[in-house]
Design a protein around this ligand. Structure first.
Ligand code: PMP
Length: 328
């Protein structure tokens, strides 16, 4: 199928149907394929939930026509939701911790959204609390709340996952994806388990993040630079279901940064640090399948590259590791 070969009525129709592209630095016997989500109109995977969640909430009557959405976000969800809100005649307010990239805030504002920043030290939990305070003060305002709303998972179960499986004719041995809200991975995992319960499901997080503790593993709680994935407050994430995950793999900032640079120079991909982390983990999983350490029902690994490096140029993402560390 050729996606978007007909004239389209709205930019919302360009969300999804992104290409699945082979990652070449992986064993020949176990190819790795990445869903390149920067092909979405807001240039990230989050356009999918922006459209899906707002349309579903309007359909169900959970959101009044002409109402306001107030959403805590690291930025990409804000951009995706701002596109959808604009086309669906809704107002949008986004609550963003200060540390996230300035490009994202400018793009949300360009799309007509109002931006409220919260202190970096309060993290995402601080942004979530603030979003509920703002919604309580305004009329017809709701918090879609990507961190707890099952519609986030459903968006990926209904779109991302079938696209991946169709492109590979169902021959998927493992799915590997970074976890922020965990919506992407949970949608993929639910779909994968329905196709074949033996498909190996891997969550990817930065070293220093603590999703690993939800599977009984250890993690030292410390800061990390990779943007868009990880948590310091795993209990607060309501979507991550440990029963759907075989393992959590942690990737260092240094390895993710080296990989996003390699992906640009060797494979022509302009991707952010969470894609670098996903790629490192997916390649390790492919090697483990190749070496017989992981038993998978097919010799292939599917992963997701969530966004583009253009979003992080202000953070010197293509500088040395030290330059990037200093600006991130
Ligand atoms: N990478 C980036 C750059 C993101 O913005 C996000 C969303 N926070 C993710 C990965 C993780 O996606 P999810 O929230 O579906 O787990």
């Amino acid at each position: 199928m050729t996606a978007h070969s007909e004239p389209l009525d709205s930019v919302l129709a360009t969300v999804g149907e992104t290409p699945l592209v082979r990652v070449h630095a992986a064993p020949d016997a176990v190819p790795v394929y990445a869903k390149v989500e920067s092909f979405n109109p807001g240039a990230s995977v989050k356009d999918r939930i922006g459209r899906y969640m707002l349309e579903a909430m309007l359909d169900r009557g959970d959101l009044a026509p002409g109402g306001t959405v107030v959403e805590p976000t690291a930025g990409n969800t804000g951009i995706g939701m701002a596109i959808a809100a604009g086309q669906l005649d809704l107002e949008a307010v986004f609550v963003v911790p200060e540390k996230f990239s300035v490009e994202k805030q400018r793009l949300m504002a360009a799309l007509g959204a109002e931006i409220v920043t919260t202190p970096t030290d309060d993290g995402i939990p601080g942004a979530i609390d603030r979003a509920y305070d703002i919604a309580a003060e305004r009329e017809n305002a709701v918090v879609p709340e990507q961190f707890s709303n099952p519609l986030n998972v459903e968006a990926h179960y209904e779109t991302t996952a079938p696209e991946v499986f169709d492109a590979l004719d169902g021959a998927v041995g493992a799915v590997v994806a970074g976890v922020g809200t965990a919506g992407t991975l949970m949608g993929l995992a639910r779909y994968a388990r329905e196709q074949d319960p033996a498909i190996h499901v891997v969550a990817v997080e930065p070293e220093g993040s603590e999703f690993a503790t939800l599977l009984g593993g250890d993690s030292d709680d410390r800061d990390y630079l990779i943007e868009g994935i990880g948590t310091h407050d795993p209990e607060r994430n309501e979507l991550f279901d440990p029963d759907l995950v075989d393992e959590v793999r942690q990737v260092s900032d240094r390895a993710a940064h080296a990989e996003l640079k390699r992906l640009a120079t060797e494979e022509g991909h302009l991707v952010g640090s969470s894609a670098g982390a996903a790629s490192v983990a997916a390649r390790r999983v492919a090697e483990a399948i190749d070496g017989g350490e992981i038993d998978a029902p097919a010799d292939s690994v599917a992963t997701v590259f969530p966004d583009s490096s253009e979003r992080y140029l202000s953070k010197d993402i293509y500088g040395s590791f030290e330059d990037w560390s200093e600006h991130t």
